[in-house]
Design a protein around this ligand. Structure first.
Ligand code: PRX
Length: 630
């Protein structure tokens, strides 16, 4: 593989990757262990859509993460685990140990009847066993579906049933800051409505002694102790499913994005090494949860397939105080640090002494992901954490893309605050105008991608039609990202935010339709409409306009109940920040809610609503403006 170490290398390699993408990826893919080489690099048709990479290739991704590294790295730390409680000792797990543990989980799954292609739901805290669980599935060709452990039982039900999971790996509970969260009871609630689940294996983490259902539930430690250290890897086709990960859609239920073995391995490894300019021996820390794509790609698959040391953090940035991130960086001499703008903004509020008391001199590269980073937070990060010496990589990508797409290459690309900068090799962005025409040169429009890359989602599990309609119908022949974007005169890209009904709250993707249907579950609520509004820390907050059957007598009490309902149905991350009670919503004559108007009201720009004459009842707008919450 050609290494990019200067901007002229980038230009040369980028050009070559566009002129002949097949040749480019063919070469990158040769760095891995394959049981059988591919016959053809790429087969694609964005109209159907049909996508396949490294056709006919056979591999097991865990051999590329574990077995192939053992000769030179058996005793190197693969995983550093930093627990939630600072008083608990961190753990260092070597590559040899990681392989042993992954194999034991693989054997445990096989013993419980799980075979290649079976779906396994993982609902666990950020502990080493979570990594063993993910890779244990991959070892035996089971398809993992990790569900973020902050989701409620309602979300878990949807995700388990949509893909028909046969087994759930979970824990008694999780530590999060000063809280103890019961996970097993959430699973128990969910499983009353999940007929496909036969077995539940429970890791002991908090000692909360949950009820265990005979015949279905068993303890991890009781099952694992006599498992063999050797587990024959399942030989997978490049295009066999590696995992499903759910992400919110602008309508309907969450979408189970499907990722496959070969392309995902190649792309996450390549982008990890390229974007962060990873050097042998460095410690990499991505603060995301494994429940999100960032955790899949850049805590587990990318760094470990590159033979790096990756850090897994169980806690939160504000516990026991606002210096926790900086303390962990100092303690483990972290070199490459990757976090979300929302975390930066919240830590920026704390006195600088929380940063200053720690030695951050090990840091070489800083990264951000998940939402646009505002200039002010960018400068704070650069000055106080990077001390002006660490390039910041603002990586733009999505659950659907599997890996970073538009991003600086650390130390190579000249950065510009709040710009994700330039496309990585193999990535071909297009800016599209409102008429579906491609904008050339500088301009602003909607962001699409013209050519496939190896880790793009292949489909939505069980719903290829929705896959086509969501991503390939807006601009025929292209993948539509759902994001707005500006390109400047130097060809730099700046993502301006979603242009559909998805809002990004603290870097988490939430569908407004999903929140609305949760709000509507409250017995007093007749109808609701949800939009995003700018929020200092979270980036965007959730603003709900709610119509009740009867005028509420105690508004604050009802607000608390509605929040609680959303929390129970989706999870605490989706709770509305603001709830405005209204008697009607601005609708067109065909009954469609004009969200543009609600967005303006939520943003505090009621004076500037534009044309409201096409509304069924323009009078309702005046009432909404008067009652706006700021
Ligand atoms: O709107 C973009 C925003 O996050 C969306 C994807 O969310 P998700 O699938 O949850 O994946 C997040 C982690 C990769 C995108 O459509 N987004 C992600 N990264 C950036 C961003 N917006 C601006 N700048 C970024 N660096």
């Amino acid at each position: 593989m050609d290494i990019i170490s200067s901007s002229s290398d980038y230009e040369k390699i980028y050009r070559a990757s566009i002129e002949n993408p097949e040749r480019f990826w063919d070469e990158v893919a040769r760095d891995f262990v394959w049981h059988r080489p591919w016959d053809k690099v790429l087969k694609w048709d964005f109209h159907k859509p049909e996508l396949a990479w490294f056709l006919g290739g056979k591999l097991n991704i865990t051999e590329n993460i574990l077995d192939r590294h053992l000769p030179q790295r058996a005793n190197q730390t693969a995983l550093i685990w930093e627990p939630n409680q600072p008083s608990e000792a961190p753990r260092h797990i070597t590559y040899a140990e990681l392989k042993r543990e992954v194999c034991r989980v693989g054997n445990l799954l096989r013993k419980n009847g799980i075979r290649k292609g079976d779906r396994v739901c993982i609902y666990m805290p950020m502990v080493p066993e979570l990594v063993y669980a993910v890779l244990g599935c991959a070892r035996i060709g089971a398809v993992h579906s990790v569900v973020f452990a902050g989701f409620s039982s309602g979300s878990l039900i949807d995700r388990i049933n949509d893909c028909g999971c046969r087994l759930v790996l979970t824990a008694d509970g999780a530590f999060r800051g000063d809280k103890k969260i019961e996970l097993k009871s959430v699973v128990d609630d969910a499983l009353m409505n999940c007929p496909t689940v036969e077995k539940v294996i429970v890791l002991e983490r908090t000692g909360s002694k949950p009820a265990m259902k005979a015949g279905r539930d068993s303890w991890w430690h009781e099952e694992i102790w006599d498992m063999d250290d050797h587990c024959e890897p399942e030989i997978m086709d490049s295009e066999d499913l590696l995992f499903i990960l759910y992400t919110s859609g602008s309508t309907g239920k969450p979408k189970g994005m499907v990722h496959t073995c070969g392309g995902y391995m190649v792309y996450t490894n390549y982008t990890f090494r390229t974007v962060f300019q990873y050097q042998e021996g460095q410690v990499f820390w991505c603060t995301a949860d494994v429940g999100w794509i960032t955790g899949h790609s850049y805590i587990i698959y990318g760094p470990l397939s590159a033979g790096a040391t990756t850090l897994l953090f169980e806690g939160i940035p504000s516990y026991p105080d606002f210096g926790r991130f900086w303390q962990v960086i100092e303690r483990h001499r972290v070199n490459l640090f990757y976090t979300a703008p929302t975390a930066i903004r919240s830590l920026e509020q704390a006195p600088l002494s929380f940063v200053e008391r720690h030695d951050l001199s090990s840091l070489k590269v800083l990264g951000t992901v998940g939402e646009p980073i505002n200039e002010e937070a960018w400068h704070w990060y650069d000055k106080n954490i990077g001390k002006g010496n660490c390039p910041i990589v603002d990586t733009w990508w999505q659950t659907e893309t599997g890996g970073a797409m538009i991003s600086p290459i650390a130390g190579v690309t000249v950065t510009k605050p709040s710009y994700a900068t330039l496309p990585l090799p193999g990535v071909q962005p297009a800016l599209m105008d409102d008429h579906g025409k491609e904008i050339k040169g500088a301009g602003e429009g909607r962001l699409a991608l013209k050519f496939p890359w190896p880790s793009m989602s292949r489909t939505i599990y069980g719903n290829h039609k929705r896959f086509r309609e969501t991503y390939f119908s807006t601009f025929p022949g292209m993948y539509f990202t759902g994001d707005g974007c500006r390109r400047d005169g130097e060809g730099y890209y700046r993502i301006t935010g979603r242009v559909d009904d998805i809002i990004i709250v603290s870097g988490h993707n939430l569908g407004t339709a999903e929140i609305e249907s949760a709000i509507d579950e409250h017995s007093s609520v007749c109808e609701s409409a949800v939009v995003g509004f700018p929020h200092d820390i979270k980036g965007q907050g959730v603003y709900a306009f709610v119509i009740c059957y009867n005028k509420p007598e105690e508004e604050d009490k009802l607000r608390a109940e509605i929040r609680d309902t959303v929390s129970k149905i989706i999870g605490p991350i989706a709770k509305p920040d603001k709830i405005q009670f209204v008697s009607g919503l601005p609708k067109t004559r065909s009954g469609k809610i004009m969200r543009r108007i609600l967005r303006k009201v939520a943003e505090g720009e009621s004076a500037n609503l534009g044309d409201v004459t096409t509304l069924l009842d323009p009078g309702v707008v005046e009432e909404i403006k008067r009652g706006a919450l700021h």
